[in-house]
Design a protein around this ligand. Structure first.
Ligand code: HGY
Ligand code: MN
Ligand code: MN
Ligand code: MN
Length: 417
């Protein structure tokens, strides 16, 4: 049983779950596009989110700060000199996203801090909202969490977004100091670990009829930007034979990506971004950029799939007399969750009456880069319909209530350990 200081009766948990949901709805209004949820790295709506969530954090008695990478952090202080538990997820979104991916985890963490009230804990609790997990604006995922784990590469500051704004300019425009990003890093000896509550973004818990699950690992991912270079020419006067059509090369590459992806268990291979130049009806495309997103729980298998796809791309280019190059290449190795924190999270589920299944994550999460420096664990919430990165994303209040109870129980187990 939880000690009264940490316990919360069902009615209190239900009210807290309702508040998490209404706050997700409130944050969905902080968007770059009316009627959709689009919140990229350090965009103006992110200022609104920082203001709104920062107010909620302050009302909960947390000490609020924004680090130089744009992470929003609310500290519930423990005894002087104690270590810190990080709890949260990301505040950014993909374009036209759902309203729960990321923010649900941040607001669940805030709700836990509120539910704890004045209960004395032997550690600090940092509720953390990472600034950039999806990697949309600069084609670089995990910018916020990489800063927190000391993996931020200063060379990234010179990257420009599609409108030509460098990351350095975006950080300065947000009122932050890019050269202070190294100060955003936590040291290994000060961190107990990072726990991330997140929607499953898949069908497993819904099929099993279970509200929560514990993550056994996060698939590694390779994200690339490829370029096919042909020759832009008049669509009406250039014979079909002998064209150097870059979009034909990309189209063949997209079909090969689908074929390779479908050819191995657990492999995911996706082309989600395409830029065609000059992108005019009556001009043979001279240049095409396309993204490649390859994932698998086993790093060696993912790397083999990437090598195969790059060989196929080079072969397509040869056949069509095109240039072919990799213009960007970002890798996140598969994440090993921490056995101690993960079994503690599983025990917390058991203590709340749920024998939560262990399940792998095909989606990437901030826990992946953080696992390179700190112990991490993840709690998945049932995702009705399993549709994510889409406005139809859903979560049910009773499952949020279960997750809050589990997280409180976990905090108790950690405090007692
Ligand atoms: O792309 C992903 O896997 C995550 O949603 N960022
Ligand atoms: Mn205010
Ligand atoms: Mn996402
Ligand atoms: Mn996410």
């Amino acid at each position: 049983m939880l000690p009264p200081a940490i316990a919360a009766d069902d009615q209190t948990l239900a009210a807290a779950a309702e508040r998490v949901m209404s706050r997700c709805d409130r944050l969905a209004c902080c968007s770059e596009e009316a009627g959709a949820v689009t919140r990229r790295y350090l965009s103006h709506p992110m200022q609104e989110v920082h203001h709104t969530v920062g107010d909620w954090m302050r009302s909960a008695g947390l000490r609020v700060r924004v680090d130089a990478a744009g992470n929003l952090i609310g500290r519930r202080p423990g005894p002087e000199g104690s270590r810190v538990l990080l709890l949260g997820s990301h505040l950014d979104s993909v374009p036209n996203a759902g309203r729960y991916d990321g923010v649900l985890g941040v607001l669940a963490a805030l709700a836990v801090a509120e539910l704890l009230g004045a209960a004395p804990l032997p550690f600090h609790l940092d509720v953390i909202g990472f600034s950039e997990e999806e990697g949309v604006r600069y084609a670089l995922p995990y910018l916020g969490s990489r800063a927190v784990c000391g993996g931020f590469d200063p060379a990234w500051l010179e990257r420009c977004d599609p409108s030509g704004v460098s990351m350095r300019q975006a950080i300065e425009a947000f009122g932050l100091a890019p050269d202070k990003i190294p100060e955003a890093a936590y040291q290994p000896d000060e961190v107990i670990g990072f726990v991330e509550p997140h929607l499953e973004q898949g069908p497993v818990l819904e099929r099993a009829g279970l509200p929560v699950g514990v993550v056994s690992g996060i698939a590694g991912q390779t994200r690339m930007r490829l370029r096919f270079l042909g020759h832009a020419q008049h669509a009406g006067t250039t014979p079909m034979h002998g064209r150097r059509d870059a979009l034909l090369g990309a189209a063949r590459m997209i079909c090969e990506t689908q074929r390779i992806g479908a050819g191995a268990d657990g492999l995911r291979a996706t082309v989600g971004f395409l830029r065609v130049a000059p992108n005019a009806t009556n001009v043979i495309p001279g240049e095409v950029e396309l993204s490649l997103d390859v994932r698998h729980p086993e790093d060696a298998l993912r790397r083999r799939a990437v090598d195969t796809l790059l060989e196929l791309g080079a072969e397509i280019a040869r056949e069509l007399s095109l240039g072919f190059s990799v213009i960007d290449h970002v890798v996140q190795e598969a994440c090993r969750v921490d056995p101690r924190l993960t079994s503690m999270l599983h025990d917390a589920c058991l203590a709340r009456g749920y024998d939560a299944p262990m399940l792998p994550s095909g989606a990437g999460h901030d826990a992946a880069p953080l696992s390179e420096r700190f112990p991490v664990a993840m709690l998945f919430l049932r995702h009705p319909g399993g549709v994510s990165h889409h406005p139809d994303e859903r979560v049910d209040v009773p499952d949020v209530q279960v997750a809050l109870g589990v997280l409180l129980q976990f905090i108790h187990l950690l405090a007692e350990s």
